[in-house]
Design a binder for this molecule. Structure first.
Ligand code: MLT
Length: 271
């Protein structure tokens, strides 16, 4: 059973409530969703065998899911500070006492990089799934400006229409498509805009890969249309001791599309 609660974390604007959704047993693992989604993308993983090994905690980043949030820019650093504050508060409770396992998908992976840079003491191990260490190219930044205009002028439905073909591979089931669409259309336009501004400004983290001294696993979907296998290989080669897993038959949302295969790969890291 998934238990939901809200944790108040300190923020430059005052207190920021962050909703966390927890199940399972054992040491704590934090799951960070992608853009413009929420904790529900982890439901399949949370209902699977990893919950026998870890207390799985899926966070709704500020402005997403059940976490409110306002602001013009959600920087990866701000989102990482929120996650670190959640980890510290959970660590003071009965769940766990030390650093935690961190999994981030795509934007969640960018947040995990910022978390490692700013709060490495929070991290026991890293799963970087369907993500990249590179900053945006000029073309990608321009694409995000176009995405912001679409969101403002046509709303989140139009954002879902534009993103779905990139998030899921051709032939994805109607159920999966409907569940992703639901998450996107329920994300406030202000959040979509603030995320895009933060994503545009994120730094290139490739030079930092060699300094990641935590057990790490890089995962990519075989048909991921947003992050490529080459980028995943570059990350896995750059992080000392990291391994790479390719999730067959999946696109950008590998833990959502095939939680069993994804969980098998992660279980090897969490032995
Ligand atoms: C995500 O899935 O979080 C986004 O595709 C990240 C991005 O746009 O770079």
């Amino acid at each position: 059973m998934i238990e939901t609660r809200t944790i108040d974390v300190p923020s430059p604007e005052g207190t920021q409530p962050i909703a966390v959704h927890t199940c399972g047993q054992g040491p704590l693992a934090v799951l960070i969703h992608g853009f413009p989604l929420d904790h529900r993308m982890w439901h399949g993983v949370m209902q699977g065998p990893l919950a026998q090994r870890r207390t799985l905690c899926a966070i709704d980043l500020r402005g997403h899911g059940q976490s409110p949030g306002e602001g013009d820019v959600f920087s990866m650093e701000q989102l990482a500070d929120d996650v670190a504050a959640v980890i510290r508060q959970l660590g003071e409770g009965p769940l766990d006492e030390g650093p935690v396992d961190v999994c981030g998908l795509s934007m969640g992976g960018y947040v995990a990089f910022a978390l490692h840079e700013r709060h490495p003491e929070c991290i026991r191990s890293l799963v970087l799934t369907n993500t990249r260490a590179m900053a945006d190219t000029d073309e990608q930044r321009a694409g995000r400006d176009a995405g912001i205009a679409t969101a403002r002028e046509q709303g989140a439905e139009a954002v879902a229409d534009a993103m779905l073909p990139k998030l899921l591979p051709e032939g994805a089931s109607e159920t999966l498509v409907a569940r992703i669409r639901e998450m996107i259309v329920q994300t406030p336009v202000a959040t979509i805009v603030a995320d895009q501004r933060g994503l545009q400004r994120r730094p290139d983290r490739r030079a930092a890969l060699a300094g990641i001294g935590k057990p790490s696993l890089v995962i990519v979907g075989e048909h991921d249309a947003i992050t490529s296998r080459e980028e995943a290989e570059e990350m896995a080669n750059g992080i000392p001791g990291a391994t790479l897993a390719v999730i067959a038959g999946t696109g950008h949302m590998s833990p959502f599309e095939d939680p069993a295969q994804w969980s098998d790969a992660v279980a090897k890291l969490w032995q």
